[in-house]
Design a protein around this ligand. Sequence first.
Ligand SMILES: NC(=O)c1ccc[n+]([C@@H]2O[C@H](COP(=O)([O-])OP(=O)(O)OC[C@H]3O[C@@H](n4cnc5c(N)ncnc54)[C@H](OP(=O)(O)O)[C@@H]3O)[C@@H](O)[C@H]2O)c1
Length: 217
Amino acid sequence: MTTTIGILGAGKLGTVLAQLTTAAGYHVLIAGSGHVAKIQLTVEVLIPAAVPTTIAEVCHQADIVILALPLSKYQTLSPAALAGKLVIDAMNYWWETDGNREDLTNTHYSSSEQVARYFHKSHVVKALNHMGYHDLFDEPRLQGQPGRKAIAIAGDEEKYVEETVKLVDRLGFDPVRAGSLADSGKMEPGSAVFGANVTKKELKKLLTDFSKTKYGQ
Ligand SMILES: NC(=O)c1ccc[n+]([C@@H]2O[C@H](COP(=O)([O-])OP(=O)(O)OC[C@H]3O[C@@H](n4cnc5c(N)ncnc54)[C@H](OP(=O)(O)O)[C@@H]3O)[C@@H](O)[C@H]2O)c1
């Protein structure tokens, strides 16, 4: 049976992820914040194989939901609607978009730990957050092709990390495990991994060297 991927957020990241996931053969639903009509034309033109729909339908129908909306907006979503699902958190704190939010910038918890606490009945994995949307669009390669780029993945539940590993590989990137959600600060804005468009070997080194960097102290 074909896995259904739901993407919440139909902006720069969401539309590129919809392109990658449809190209990889998934059934894809995508929603923005407002009425479906607002994204209908964009989806028809850019991603004809994806289905533009409402947030409620994405949550209801998708097997895997990717959060591709501003971090400051995740609490507008219903945790109950995503209960039991793998939720891939691709969000980052970005002050120009999210405003100055002390709750999202505290150093005690990664943003994904906060997201996981909110979606406590879901299985939250951090992934697809550190590479810019242009690079995500340009870089997919088949497994084993020279220069294949890598995506970091962090999570607390092996079963769901493994599911995300398979998804990332199918999208055309080498999956690299980055530890638990508590470790996912290594992938957040400010870290060397954030913005990284590098191979598996280079990404592993950036993750290993995190504690030697200013952001990792
Ligand atoms: N841009 C990148 O290269 C990139 C790469 C990796 C990760 N990310 C992360 O991905 C997220 C989105 O970034 P972006 O650059 O794609 O932003 P964007 O172009 O501004 O798109 C944001 C999307 O989220 C939707 N949205 C806003 N509030 C929502 C809500 N309450 N429920 C559902 N959807 C909502 C917006 O819909 P409306 O237009 O209808 O408001 C829009 O479709 C951010 O957390 C960012 O850090 C971005």
